[in-house]
Structures are given as structure tokens and as C-alpha cells.
Design a protein. Structure first.
Lengths: 276, 313
């Protein structure tokens, strides 16, 4: 009988490997696609799976497999970028606010509260809709609503750590503020915040795909899963595979990243290192 | 209690003011100037004279702070402006669409609770058995599925394969079913996991062990004590899910052409009908804040142990 801890550890490894495979696929997509994802073919519209097109064609006769593989890069990297950028912004603002407090803290945290008091997707839809649809605007729209959660978590952790005796000791020893934050506070904040960020990747993917589906994200013909489903849904009865293939891609990717985030959090919690 | 409610209502004022400023600014960070946008939305060619005239009409030549104040003043008086697209009062448009959205949201909440409460309890009682893993897998699956995908799959299964429900939702019960299901599935998936966790936590408490030790039947403990104590967390769950429901309803309404607020805002985005978009965001935020407040109040009412009326900001 293996211990609970060992079990969680194995889960983390399995899902880390799966997530890594997905990332590698998205990176080498241009090399492994069977057809040109942009090439239309009037003779082969809405065709089922064949030798030339393993997962069929869409209404313009484009290869669905190639488009889904290319779309992986858009989906995975856009959500990674938004999570990473909001993570860094949240971390820095949280560190500064938690450490210095004062007016800056007051203003920034009120602003964070403001952003957190509204439904994320509603704000994202309004921002992306008003700024006009493209991938960068969709990412900004998602990012605007995503940073406050990181900042709040970082701030509360910093405020807890700040009272520790070793911080006072470091101050007495003549460390600069920057040195204290970087050397003694950051390591404490980084872990819980990183786990939080990992669990957000899946949500972010769904959000960006949702904006693209609504036509206020990625602009066609750039392959992206959400916009592919939107383009194909009018032909649902003719070529259902054009909806279900990108759909399956989203579900599998989101599930892998969600499981990875959850198992990572469980693993850290089991280790008793749950000061987050 | 009254003091608490009043305090919360007062706290909402700066938040709503902040949001109104944000929404007002959105209009200005968007590409193009508002007068041209209005003319384009109305389908009039934007000649320099027409732009100048519209600018004067809209009061765009005033300093921006004056514009904001007058806009805010109108909002407070209940005048949400007129749609650029069809000249209708924005307030009327919102009112008409709200009914549809509320019906949809309430039905999906109802379905979600109807399914998830029994399943959540079942998975907790049968922890680590087959049925637990089975339901949990599905709930994880449902949670990883975007609303738009569920909608399209439901449409494929029930409208195209077996022609049971209409593709375009009319306002009948039959038309309501698919969009409500599309919203309810991810919601129920999340509820099951959270209710399971809540029941498990409650089952672990000493009083449950004590009751078992005194020979009280399992079911009596479960139904009389455990569920009673899980009620207020479940209410909180419902309150917290409103935000997701609002975002999801935009997608689902667009797909099923359900003429609620979500479809209204997507149409307005297409027509660049800014007053409607602005009013939509403010309206949604207001509802969201009020529902959060109601959730908190019922939380206090249901659980007498929660006595932090003053709250820590």
C-alpha cells in the first residue's frame, strides 16, 4: 500500500508529463501538420475523415487536424502569457503593497477590490467588445480581471511573513528593503502564488476561447479552437467533426491543466506547507 | 443587522462610482471618437460637418470631467441614454431583456441544485467507492467544458440527432430547456465537488462521531444535523456562482438566440452601440453586488454563530 503522499506525488508527475506533451505538440505543430491549415479547397468542403485529411475538412475545405494542431499554440500560449504576466504584476504589486503599506497600498487594493467585485467574464466581454476583437485585446481583457486575485494573495502572504523575527533580524543587520523582499519574503510568497497561477491556466483557456467563440478574440482565419467551433456550428448537421475535434482539444487540454494544478496544490498541502 | 446592511450598502457606493468611471473611460480608450462611432452606428456617413454637429449635440466639446458628471447624473436619474442603433431608450431595452435572462438564470440554478445536492451528498457518503469516482470524474469533465461547447453539443444531440428541442430557443418551456441545461451542467459539476467537500468536512466533526457512538442512526445524523449545517455554505455557493452564470449567459443566449441581456450586449457590440454596452456592464455589476449582499445576509441569518456584523472591511 503506497502512502497518500506518494499517490499525490505520482499524480503530479503524470499530469506534469501530460501537460508537457501538450506544450511540446503545440511547439512542434508547424512540423507535424499533414496539410496547410490555411489552404482552402472548394472541392473538398465539409468532408469526413479521409486518408488525406485524417479528421475531415471544414466548410472551406481546410484540414481540421492541421488547424487544431496549429490552434494549440494560440490557445496554450495566449493563456500562458496572460497568466504569467498577471502573475508577475500581481506578485510585484502584492509585494510592494504588503511590505510598504500606506497610501499606495490603499489605492491599489481598493482598485483590486473594484475589479474583484464584478463578474470577470462580463467585464472581459465588455472590454474586448469595445476595444475591438483581436487576440491581444482579448488577452488584455482577460488580464485586467485576473491580476487582482494574485495581488491580494501575494499581499496577504507578505503581511504574514513580514512579522517574522528573521525579517527584523535582517533589518537590524542593515539589509536594504529590496534585499529583504528579494531574499527573505519572495521565497515565501512564490510557492503559494505559483500554485494559484497554475490552477488558473484552465480557466484562462476557457475564457480566451469563449471570447474568440463570440467573435471578439482571435480573428479568423487564424486557427483557434473557440473561433473554429463558432465557424463550424452553422454546419453542425453537415460536418459535426468540425465542431467536435476542436471541442475535444479544448476539453482535453483544460482537463490536463486543471488536474495538474489541483494535484500540485494537493501535494503541497499534504506536505504541510500550506501557508498560502 | 440593520446597521450591517446599511454599512454594506454604503460600501457599494464607492465601488459603483469606480466602476462607472471605468465604464465611462472604456468609451474613450476604444478606437475612434464617439461622434463618428455614433454616426456609424446609425448608418449615417460621417462627414466633417455631421461629426461637428453630433459632437455639439453629445456635448463632446466640454471638458471630460464635465461630460462624466453629466453622464453620471443622467444615470442616477435613471436616464441610461438612447441606443445609437435604433434610438430606443436603453432602459427599456434592458428591462425587456432582463426578464428573459432572469428566467434562464433561475431555471439553470434550479436544475443545477436539483442534480448536485443529492449527488454531492451521495459522493460524500460513498467516499472512495466506485460511484464516488464515477460522479467525480463527470463533474471534473463538466467543469473543464466551456459553456459554448456544451451548448453546441446539446444542440447537436437534442435538436439535430433527435429533433426534440428547437435550435433557436423560443420563449416556451421547450425552448428554455436547452439553454438552461447548457448553463446548469458546468454549474452542477462545480456544486457537486463543493457540496461533497462540505459534507465530508461536516461528517468529520466530533458531534457526528458522538452521535454515532450514542447509536443514532446514520441517516438521521445525515439528514437532521449534517445537511442542516451544510445549508449556509450551499447558499454561499449559489451566491458565488452568479458571476459565472452572468458571463455564461452571454455565450449561451447568443448561441440559442435567447433574447436576454447577453444577446442584447453581443448585438450591441456588433453595432458598436456603446450606451447599451455601458449600461449593461453597470446593470450587471449592480445586480451582482446586490446578490452578494443578499447572500451574506442570509448567511448571517442561517448561521447564528456568524456574528461579525461589523466585519473587517
Amino acid at each position: 500500500m503506497i502512502s497518500e503522499r506518494e499517490k499525490t506525488k505520482r499524480k503530479v508527475i503524470v499530469f506534469a508529463v501530460l501537460a508537457a506533451i501538450l506544450i511540446v505538440i503545440s511547439l512542434i505543430a508547424p512540423l507535424i501538420i499533414p496539410n496547410d491549415p490555411f489552404e482552402t479547397n472548394a472541392a473538398l468542403m465539409n468532408k469526413g475523415p479521409s486518408e488525406q485529411f485524417p479528421l475531415g475538412t471544414d466548410r472551406y475545405g481546410r484540414c481540421i487536424l492541421s488547424r487544431v494542431l496549429m490552434g494549440a499554440k494560440t490557445s496554450i500560449f495566449s493563456s500562458f502569457t496572460v497568466v504569467a504576466v498577471t502573475f508577475v504584476i500581481g506578485l510585484i504589486l502584492g509585494l510592494l503593497c504588503g511590505y510598504y503599506g500606506g497610501v499606495l497600498d490603499g489605492i491599489l487594493m481598493r482598485f483590486a477590490d473594484l475589479m474583484l467585485s464584478f463578474p470577470q467574464m462580463v467585464i472581459a466581454i465588455a472590454v474586448a467588445g469595445i476595444m475591438g476583437g483581436n487576440l491581444v485585446n482579448a488577452m488584455i481583457a482577460m488580464g485586467i480581471t485576473a491580476w487582482p486575485a494574485h495581488a491580494r494573495l501575494a499581499r496577504s502572504t507578505v503581511m504574514k511573513v513580514k512579522e517574522e523575527p528573521y525579517i527584523a533580524a535582517a533589518k537590524l543587520a542593515g539589509c536594504t528593503d529590496f534585499c529583504i523582499m528579494y531574499k527573505y519574503i519572495l521565497p515565501n510568497v512564490f510557492g503559494p502564488l505559483l500554485i494559484n497561477a497554475t490552477t488558473q491556466i484552465g480557466t484562462m483557456m476557457i475564457g480566451i476561447a469563449g471570447l474568440s467563440f463570440l467573435g471578439i478574440g482571435v480573428i479568423p482565419p487564424t486557427p483557434e479552437w473557440g473561433s473554429m467551433i463558432n465557424e463550424a456550428r452553422a454546419y453542425l448537421s453537415l460536418s459535426p467533426w468540425a465542431v467536435f475535434v476542436p471541442g475535444a482539444a479544448i476539453v482535453i487540454t483544460v482537463m490536463v491543466f486543471n488536474y495538474f494544478g489541483d494535484s500540485l496544490r494537493d501535494y503541497i498541502d499534504v506536505n504541510g506547507d500550506s501557508n498560502g | 443587522m440593520k446597521k450591517y446592511i446599511l454599512k454594506r450598502l454604503l460600501q457599494m457606493i464607492p465601488i459603483m462610482l469606480g466602476l462607472s468611471l471605468l465604464v465611462f473611460c472604456l468609451m474613450y480608450i476604444s478606437p475612434g471618437d464617439p461622434a463618428t462611432k455614433k454616426l456609424n452606428a446609425m448608418g449615417i456617413e460621417a462627414s466633417p460637418e455631421a461629426i461637428e454637429k453630433t459632437k455639439e449635440e453629445m456635448g463632446l466639446n466640454r471638458p471630460i470631467i464635465v461630460q462624466y458628471m453629466s453622464w453620471l447624473g443622467n444615470m442616477l436619474k435613471g436616464d441610461l441614454g438612447e441606443s445609437y442603433h435604433n434610438g430606443m431608450k436603453v432602459g427599456e431595452l434592458l428591462k425587456k431583456a432582463s426578464g428573459y435572462t432572469f428566467t434562464l438564470a433561475l431555471s439553470s440554478l434550479f436544475i443545477a441544485l436539483l442534480v448536485s445536492v443529492p449527488l454531492g451528498i451521495l459522493t460524500a457518503v460513498k467516499k472512495n467507492r466506485f460511484i464516488d469516482y464515477f460522479i467525480r470524474f463527470f463533474s471534473f469533465f463538466g467543469n473543464s467544458m466551456p459553456n459554448f461547447l456544451i451548448s453546441v453539443i446539446l444542440m447537436y444531440l437534442f435538436s439535430i440527432k433527435i429533433k426534440l428541442f428547437p435550435v433557436i430557443a423560443d420563449s416556451s418551456v421547450k425552448g428554455l430547456f436547452l439553454p438552461a441545461m447548457a448553463l446548469a451542467i458546468p454549474l452542477a459539476s462545480r456544486f457537486v465537488r463543493q457540496i461533497r467537500a462540505q459534507v465530508l468536512e461536516e461528517l468529520d466533526k466530533p458531534y457526528v462521531q458522538g452521535a454515532y457512538a450514542r447509536g443514532v442512526k446514520n441517516n438521521i445524523v445525515l439528514y437532521n444535523n449534517v445537511l442542516h449545517n451544510c445549508l449556509s455554505p450551499i447558499i454561499t455557493l449559489v451566491g458565488l456562482s452568479i458571476g459565472t452564470l452572468m458571463g455564461g449567459s452571454v455565450v449561451v443566449e447568443t448561441i440559442f438566440r435567447w433574447s436576454g441581456l447577453g444577446k442584447l450586449v453581443m448585438d450591441s457590440i456588433t453595432y458598436r452601440d456603446y450606451p447599451v454596452i455601458q449600461a449593461f456592464v453597470i446593470y450587471m455589476a449592480l445586480i451582482y453586488c446586490v446578490i452578494n449582499l443578499i447572500t451574506d445576509i442570509s448567511y448571517h441569518k442561517l448561521d447564528p454563530r456568524v456574528k461579525t456584523y461589523g466585519g473587517t472591511k
